[in-house]
Design a protein around this ligand. Structure first.
Ligand SMILES: Cc1cc2nc3c(=O)[nH]c(=O)nc-3n(C[C@H](O)[C@H](O)[C@H](O)COP(=O)(O)O)c2cc1C
Length: 173
């Protein structure tokens, strides 16, 4: 399936909406809830086995997904802001909490993301941060963008993934 071309139309995520999906070890979709389909514009049959990266918006810096994967693979939950691309090229902002679920025997079951609406304040703050990270990524590479993210996190008292998640929740207030 071809990746949509992004446009400037924003889709509203209501405060009651919980947009859920599950994935295999590679990030391929194994489950979505009805709100996921409604907002993203994809039908059930189109979504299964589709990589989550089909939702990746061109405004998203690579380093955010690098941080996400490094942590969820270790079994840490990560809460992160994501601007997602819909099938019709529009976008929506969410605060996504991604975690690994395990089987009773401790083996990998799936990854699950639960996404919810974000405040206008969070949108402004995170858009500005992501814009800066993306500009650095494009001019000087992902490592330089990672350094800029680390600087932002240090300035905000983040020392590990738990304080990272706390900061993200704090920004959404
Ligand atoms: C459970 C789960 C949910 C994900 N949800 C999204 C999402 O909503 N949007 C997105 O762009 N990437 C999401 N990802 C991350 C993608 O797998 C991928 O790393 C990202 O889109 C960047 O893709 P790329 O590295 O191929 O460019 C999710 C990953 C997992 C495991």
């Amino acid at each position: 399936m071809q990746k949509p071309v992004a446009n400037e139309n924003e889709k509203e995520v209501k405060s009651v909406d919980l947009i859920v999906s599950k994935a295999d070890t590679e990030g391929n979709i194994t489950y979505v809830n009805p709100i996921f389909m409604k907002i993203s514009g994809y039908k059930q049959g189109e979504l299964y086995d589709m990589p989550h990266s089909m939702l990746r918006h061109p405004d998203m810096p690579k380093v955010i997904f690098k941080y996400l994967w490094e942590n969820i693979q270790k079994g840490n939950d990560v809460s992160s802001y994501v601007k997602n691309l819909c099938k019709d090229g529009s976008f929506y902002w969410v605060l996504a909490t991604v975690k690994m679920a395990k089987n009773p025997d401790g083996s990998f079951r799936n990854y699950m993301s639960t996404r919810r609406a974000i405040s206008e304040r969070a949108k402004e703050k995170i858009s500005a941060l992501y814009k800066r990270l993306l500009e650095i990524e494009q001019s000087s590479g992902v490592e330089a963008s990672e350094q800029e993210l680390e600087k932002f996190l240090q300035e905000n008292g983040v020392s590990d993934v738990h304080s990272f998640n706390q900061l993200m929740l704090e920004i959404n207030k």
